[in-house]
Write a protein of this length. Sequence first.
Length: 435
Amino acid sequence: MISPPRMPQTAISDSRDSILVPRHRTPRPSTTTYDHVILGAGCAGLSLAWHLRSLGDRGSMALVDRRPGYANDRTWCYWDVEPTPFDDLATHAWTRWAVVDERGNWIESQSTRYRYRRLRSIDVYRRILDRLAGDDAIDPYLGASIRATTLEAETVAVDLAQETIRGVRAYTSARRPAALAEAARSGEAAMVQHFLGQTVRTEHSVFDPACPILMDFRVDQSDGPHFVYVLPLSDREALVENTYLFPDPVSASRHREEIASYLDRCFDVERYEVIEEEAGRIPMTTHRPNTAPGARIVPIGLAGGAARPSSGYAFVRIQRQCRRIAEQIAGNRSTRARLDAPIADRKYDFFDAVFLRALLDRPSRAPDLFARMFDGVDADPLVRFLSDRSTLTDDLRMVAALPKVPFLIAASRSTRAWLPRCLGIGSTNDEMDPS
């Protein structure tokens, strides 16, 4: 594919959009054991540190991450069905949004109660890091590669390139590479959301700043479910994100070419400037590993199932998960106690398992399924369903909006894999660690 001609794509450098965290650490004996070792100091790791400190935990803490500093590398959006500590950082909030089907039909929704908020990751990072700055009990290990994590008799040992650190507990946001393969073997549906987004600035007014497009299916569907997400920041500026739902990786060059093609076809934009770029890969499955390393290695964020399996939305669920883990730690000082912080009611796992199975069975129906969902359910009950806050009436509205036969088949196939796990049959998750 040949991209249409456009302005040179140069990223704008802004010192306000990067944070260099000092490498200084409080001198400690080599035998030091931290109370908390956080492996992955991104959204989940920093959020956990925030909630621990907010609830009065003053334990020593190591923040380990391979990044040397922080940049504006993510956009987080969510419906404000519940408060988070970062709501006031939202740069935009919408009460109206749209989905566009393959034929170009617009399905527009407007909420009377909820807003769709947009956060820049750099603003969240800065708020948390500013709060943690000067806390002598916190040591940053940034630019550090994690070679191995080992459960010892009384501690968790983390081998870094230059040293080994130990903690009473470790919290990891790194999902194991084999997790999706395990899901497939167990019979549970699994997909991967691949995306690359570019914040673009056009020469003329083309975007509607009052209405984000959550899914635009006017793109090639031959390789699987595929849509473009458009988050308008002004009439000339928007985050345009190319998204696929399938296991195979998608190259950055392909994403960029398809964004260019989409802007040309759907907005008549040939020339634009790229301000920022972000990319990611979100596993979409309700599967949870049957084996757990014990009460002292705690999965959080994507590793802990914080992303909603059917949509990939994660920010509010990460805040909920980290807050509940911090509450459990504050209420039970025993390091032998397993931290079990359910993010949402179990019914959502079942709904998501069925929806993912229906998508996998008939991926070509994805545009129709999402269009029927947004067209057949009013905005407020749909938002509550997508945000784990639905009532029984909301759930029934969702069921009524979707085609019955494919979902009954998907429910039958999903129940065989999901029900034993729900009942704890054959699971070893309750085993205690060796300590």
